[in-house]
Structure formats: C-alpha cells, structure tokens
Design a protein around this ligand. Structure first.
Ligand code: AMP
Length: 341
C-alpha cells in the first residue's frame, strides 16, 4: 500500500487529511515538541518522532518510509530546514520534481527560470552601491520573509544590515539579494500541473499577512518614524482572494509558460503544485517576485475546496486531496515514476 509522508509543519494537516480522504496511509515526521499538537488529529496513522527534521536523512527514518512505500510531499519547511544536496539525497520518492527545489532556493537560478518563463520580474540591483530607488533586500531560500528589509540608499542598507546582524537575524557572510520594490496588490497564484493529464489547473489565490510591515501600515506616519527597528516580512498567516475574471486568461498563460520553461530547463519539469507570487499594479499589470515549486501554505485556506476548483471538480477538493488523487491515479495506471523523483 502506498503511504503519504510529510514533515509536521507548514501544510502537513491539509496534506495528510487529503491523503486519508483518498484512502492512503498517512505518516507524519514529527518533532517531539509538536507531537501533542498533531495527536489531536485522528487522520494521522503513523508518527516518526524526531528531534530535528534532518533525521529524515538517517537510516532508521528512511527504512520506515521505505517499508511503508512512502511518497514524501515536500513543502516550505523541508526547503527551509535542509540544503538542496540533503533534499536531493533523500531515498524515498518525492512528489513532483525534487530537482526544481534547488531552483527555488537559489536566487540566481530562480531568476533564470522566471525569465525563461517570461514572467515580468523586478530588476535585480547587483550591488548596494547601485541602490537609487526603493528596493527590498532578501535572504536566500524559503526564509518566509524573516530578515528582509526595505531601503532606498546604500547608507541605509548598511545600517539596516548591521542592525540585523547584531540581532542575530542575518549572518556576517550571508549573501543578500537586492530587488526593486514592486508596489501593488499582493497576489499569490496557486496552480497544479498534472503530467498524467498534461493539464494545468488554477487552484486559487491567497495573500500573505506579514509582520511587522503590515502592522506598521496601520499606524500614522509620524509614529512609524519612531519605530526604531528594521521592519520584517515574517509571514503570520494567509487570507483568500479572488481575481477579476478578466485577469484569469493571463493567469493561465503565466502558469502554462512556467510549466513549459520548467520542462525545458529542469527535467522532468514543474509537476504537481506550484505558486507564482507577485503584485498587481494600478493598471492590473502583474510583476512576479517569486515562485514556489511545491505546495504553498497559502493553500491551507482552501482545505474544503477553493472557488476555482469548485469549477473543475464536483466535490470539495483541497490541494492536499488533489495531490493524493494524482498519486492514486498514477498508481492505478502504473505511472508513479511520472509524478515523483
Ligand atoms: P518572498 O520571500 O520573495 O516571497 O518575499 C516575502 C515578501 O516580501 C512577499 O510576500 C512580499 O510582501 C515582499 N516582497 C518580496 N519581493 C518584493 C518586491 N520585489 N516588491 C514588493 N514586495 C516584495
């Protein structure tokens, strides 16, 4: 019997509930400190208790996964807590394309893939000395926005960077990525590409709520100036959004282009869930500053199905359930190798 395994964080509940609903066995790799939380949910069949998620790489854990014919569903925590080399060395099959996760973690590769997909990306600013307008400074990998900051001059860049180093948020040798700031309405576009059907599905849109940048926007400007700490973009939660219907055609085009580009440059391509993240400006023009090449936590808002999936499926369909359905279909038609790496 095939099982579904994931790390206990991010979107584990949704993923495992979806798997259970599809009749698959569910396994949670769970940090001991979170065991009490996850034990509240009856759809988790088996626990692999660990002190730290990197234990997934150890023999004992791998043997349990192997014994259960487990397919691992990768999510943001896997990427945040393990290096690309570590992820690629996992023996169990990983849903989607584990090779593309390196392209998500590495800023230079990320930009290359986005350009290949013709996504309108903000300009990169190569060095702090070239900062002459509002920019956002980012860390590598899926840092969740923590340690990001905005600035408009080299002097202020150095001041903020030093402050974050002193606070232990950034390390001295960390290579930061500087990008022009794109102002507008945040929209995180969530997709699923099925290599079995050769079809792209648009699942939904979410917005992230980030602290304390969002909190700052709620206080008058003179008090903002007294906020003597570098504001962060730490994600606290997500909320749903639906787009003007006239924007949907372009949304599908961006998704299709991304799938095509991924097929060309990182085989076997962008299989499974992914997200294109950006902002719509006042002319409804989209600028994309990121992608996630796996399920995003923003899909958690649609655990009972999303508005756009209700147009495609005659049953409540979460992203977790969609993944499990794909695995079931692949298993039945002997095509598991098409949807895992
Ligand atoms: P990221 O890790 O790139 O998804 O960025 C985290 C957050 O920073 C996003 O959710 C946005 O709020 C903000 N952000 C990132 N890049 C940009 C950009 N180029 N322009 C405006 N906001 C951005």
């Amino acid at each position: 019997m095939t099982s579904i395994a994931t790390l206990g964080s991010h979107c584990a509940l949704q993923v495992l509930k979806g798997a259970k609903d599809e009749g698959l066995k569910t396994i949670l790799v769970c940090e001991k400190k979170r065991e009490k939380l996850y034990k509240r949910f009856s759809f988790i069949d088996e626990y692999i208790l660990v002190d730290s998620f990197v234990e997934v790489l150890e023999k004992q854990c791998q043997q349990t996964l192997e014994k259960n014919n487990a397919i691992i569903i990768p999510h943001g925590t896997l990427i945040a807590q393990m290096s690309s080399e570590q992820i690629e060395s996992i023996k169990s099959p990983i849903f989607g394309n584990k090779w593309i996760l390196r392209w998500e973690s590495d800023r230079e590769r990320k930009e290359k893939l986005m350009r290949e997909a013709h996504l309108p990306v903000p300009k990169q600013v190569k060095s702090p000395s070239e900062i002459d307008k509002l920019v956002i400074v980012k860390r590598q990998g899926a840092a969740g926005g923590k340690g990001y900051f905005m600035t408009a001059s080299e002097e202020d860049y150095n001041k903020k960077r030093n402050e974050l180093i002193q606070q232990g948020i950034l390390s001295e040798d960390e290579i930061l990525y500087i990008q022009e700031y794109a102002a507008g309405v945040l929209a995180y576009l969530q997709f699923f590409y099925s290599p079995l059907k050769g079809e792209l599905e648009f699942f939904g849109v979410d917005q992230r709520h980030e602290s304390d940048i969002e909190g700052l926007a709620r206080i008058p400007s003179e008090q903002q100036l007294k906020h003597n700490k570098v504001p962060s973009f730490n994600v606290i939660g997500n909320s749903p959004l639906v787009l003007r219907e006239s924007l949907l055609d372009e949304v599908y085009k961006m998704g299709d282009n991304f799938v095509e580009a991924a097929k060309r440059i990182v085989s076997p391509g962008m299989n499974g869930p992914f997200c294109i993240e950006g902002v719509y400006d006042e002319n409804a023009k989209f600028t994309s500053f990121e992608f996630s090449a796996r399920i995003v936590a923003g899909t958690n808002i649609y655990m009972d199905g999303s508005p756009y999936y209700s147009l495609l499926f005659d049953e409540p369909m979460s992203m977790g359930k969609r993944i499990a359905r794909e695995i079931k279909n692949a298993k039945e038609s002997n095509q598991l190798d098409k949807i895992t790496t």
